[in-house]
Design a protein around this ligand. Structure first.
Ligand SMILES: *[C@@H]1O[C@H](CO)[C@@H](O)[C@H](O)[C@H]1NC(C)=O
Ligand SMILES: *[C@@H]1O[C@H](CO)[C@@H](O)[C@H](O)[C@H]1NC(C)=O
Ligand SMILES: *[C@@H]1O[C@H](CO)[C@@H](O)[C@H](O)[C@H]1NC(C)=O
Length: 301
């Protein structure tokens, strides 16, 4: 969603990258790096705030984002933002804070049907920062955060309480201690809808610097993968990306990614897997040019 707030800026990145590949002077490179660095800082997401209470002003934020999305960012059918909020409130407010199921959100999701074009779906796990810059550069990619529901609820915290306003603004439980955490249930359903809609070619960004890059407990491994439909998909294109200076723990032929490929095979998906995507490497080096393997890249330009 951060790429939306910096629409014009992401155009700048694309232009700057074009300049970069056609220019060999290091002065250019430095100037461009700084520009992009600056943009990257703005793209960086905040820390999750699971131990805090419901985000203050949540109603204004959610309804405001909904109007911004519907009015400024999409030419989608008219959504009724007030109605979506009403259904959200109905699901969460005045419930005990660990007792909101996926089904409780069904009226809200019914109020916001979404359709996305094929070949644009980007999935990711443990690569959030890089995913944001990748999606910002290649603007045709769609992540969950580009959908209406993702855009409206990104980075927010909420939970109910039985009296007062219906929301607990003082504290919310962590995901791990709840069976039916209100935030988890919403993201679970949103992720499932997103994966069920996926069609054409999809891209999956995984982090090869950690063990279990493909983790069956992650949202991708536990919800999205099972919701992908081999009949709707042409290719699952996996991109494994490690930190420039390592560690290099997993790859297309090593570790949990082999398990992922096995699952894809057995379910009849076509797939590809890449370990050394050049574009991703350049993006990483722009984010952190001091890494020693990036120095070599810079000299080579
Ligand atoms: C949880 O919700 C269900 C149905 O909404 C309700 O019957 C049950 O009493 C609730 N449990 C708690 C602990 O609030
Ligand atoms: C991989 O995960 C580690 C640990 O969470 C993180 O520090 C690193 O930035 C991630 N790498 C990429 C390429 O996203
Ligand atoms: C889909 O992915 C396959 C395999 O990576 C590639 O050959 C093909 O060109 C892609 N098609 C589109 C429309 O991007």
């Amino acid at each position: 969603m951060y790429k939306h707030t910096s629409f014009l800026r992401s155009n700048e990145i694309v232009q700057d990258l074009t300049v970069m590949t056609s220019s060999k002077t290091s002065a250019f490179f430095v100037k461009i790096s700084i520009t992009i660095w600056f943009i990257m800082l703005q793209l960086c997401p905040g820390q999750p705030r699971a131990e805090l209470g419901t985000t203050p002003n949540i109603k204004h934020i959610v309804v405001g984002r909904c109007y911004a999305y519907v009015t400024l960012l999409s030419d989608s059918p008219r959504y009724d933002c007030e109605e979506i909020w009403r259904q959200f409130e109905e699901a969460v407010a005045r419930q005990s804070s660990c007792n909101v199921t996926v089904e409780d959100y069904s009226h809200m999701f019914n109020a916001m049907p979404e359709i996305w074009p094929c070949d644009r779906f980007l999935f990711w796990s443990k690569t959030r920062t890089l995913m944001h810059s990748y999606a910002a550069v290649f603007r045709h990619f769609w992540t969950l955060e580009d959908t209406l529901v993702g855009y409206m609820f990104n980075d927010l915290v909420w939970c109910g309480q039985e009296e007062d306003s219906g929301f607990d603004f003082n504290s919310c439980p962590k995901w791990s201690v709840c069976r039916n955490h209100p935030v988890y249930s919403l993201w679970r359903q949103a992720s499932q809808n997103f994966a069920e809609m996926a069609c054409g070619n999809i891209t999956v960004l995984l982090n090869g610097s950690i063990a279990n890059a493909f983790n069956r407990k992650s949202m991708f491994g536990s919800v999205e993968l099972d919701s992908l439909n081999p009949q709707r998909l042409d290719y699952v294109n996996i991109k494994v990306v490690t930190n420039p200076d390592g560690p290099h723990v997993e790859s297309c032929t090593q570790g949990s990614i082999v398990d992922l490929i096995q699952i894809l095979r057995s379910r009849g998906f076509h797939w590809t897997c890449t370990d050394d995507d050049q574009t991703l490497r350049i993006l990483q080096c722009l984010q952190d040019p001091k890494q020693s393997s990036c120095q070599t890249q810079a000299n080579g330009l």
